[in-house]
Design a protein around this ligand. Structure first.
Ligand SMILES: [Mg+2]
Length: 289
């Protein structure tokens, strides 16, 4: 029997009204693979999606959407023999960029059909959140919350919200306990990084490898006005204000509850984060190295 590929399509993501299903069907016309589609309802019903993926018995399950859609599909695929694929179709494609998956539909489908199958690490946060990309506590999570709360439109709107968040920034007081040491820091944010860069292109963690069985804790001690502008302009972080620690697990305790986000999804305020690496936890199709 030919391999089955299930496409999980988020039709509301992205700015264009591409007919993803038609494009995918036309690519696979006359080919061996059996293809199936699941269109995400709005709001998403996670349990139905999970059940559909389990029942589909597909070899590959492809997220057609942005970072949020990848996270959703990854939750069902992780720890199984199913292989995750990505078609970048969101307004924020940070994860796809990180994985070097091309934006053009045909090119992305070629990787799903005949690219390189590999395993990547994930990070389990507070026993329940799955992180593939970047999670953080502090100003970036606060920014995500402020964007969600406000009626933010356009680049200028985003800049205004970002500016307000920056001006009101407060340092966190955190205790970080990793495998071999415990230390206290004042920080503007602490990142738990499986990967290297944010969707804007700003590199936070140059040491990040998605398959080395380790993750990085990135402590951003200060954020100056110029440092902030550099991030907004995708010039990267001021590395003299950053400390990076590589580890397999960490406990982060914050003196005061602080905003927390996982792979771009705002979680809420927390005063404790436990993170554990899950080596090779997910199978994924990537471009040839
Ligand atoms: Mg790593």
């Amino acid at each position: 029997m030919p391999d089955k590929i299930l496409f999980v399509v988020n039709k509301t993501s992205g700015e264009n009204n591409n007919n993803w299903q038609a494009g995918i069907e036309s690519y696979f016309k006359g080919k061996e693979a059996t293809i199936d589609f699941y269109h995400l309802p709005d709001p998403v019903d996670c349990d139905s999606l999970d059940q559909y993926i389990k029942d589909a018995k597909a070899k590959k399950v492809v997220a057609v959407g942005g970072d949020g859609t990848i996270s959703l599909v990854a939750k069902s695929v992780t720890g199984t023999s199913m292989i995750l694929g990505v078609v970048p179709a969101g307004s924020a494609n940070g994860m796809a960029k990180e994985l070097m998956i091309p934006a053009k539909l045909e090119d992305a489908l070629q990787i799903i059909e005949g690219g390189r199958q590999t395993s990547m690490d994930t990070i389990l946060l507070n026993d329940k959140h799955l992180c593939l990309h970047l999670s953080d506590v502090g100003i970036n999570a606060q920014l995500i919350k402020n964007f969600e709360d406000g009626d933010t439109r356009g680049k200028l709107g985003y800049f205004k919200v970002a500016w307000k968040t920056l001006v009101r920034r407060q340092a966190l007081e955190v205790t970080i306990k990793n495998e071999d040491k415990s230390f206290c820091r004042k920080a503007i944010m602490v990142v738990i990084a499986n990967a290297g860069k944010y969707g804007t292109g700003a590199v936070i963690n140059p040491e990040g490898e998605i398959d080395d069985g380790l993750f990085e804790i990135v402590v951003v001690k200060r954020l100056t006005l110029w440092g902030f502008l550099k991030i907004m302009l995708s010039l990267g972080f001021d590395h003299k204000n950053i400390e990076i620690y590589q580890t397999r697990s960490v406990d982060i305790l914050a003196k005061h509850r602080a905003h927390f986000q996982v792979d771009g999804e705002y979680i809420g305020k927390v005063d404790k984060i436990t993170a554990i690496i899950q080596p090779g936890n997910i199978q994924i199709m990537l471009p040839e190295a």
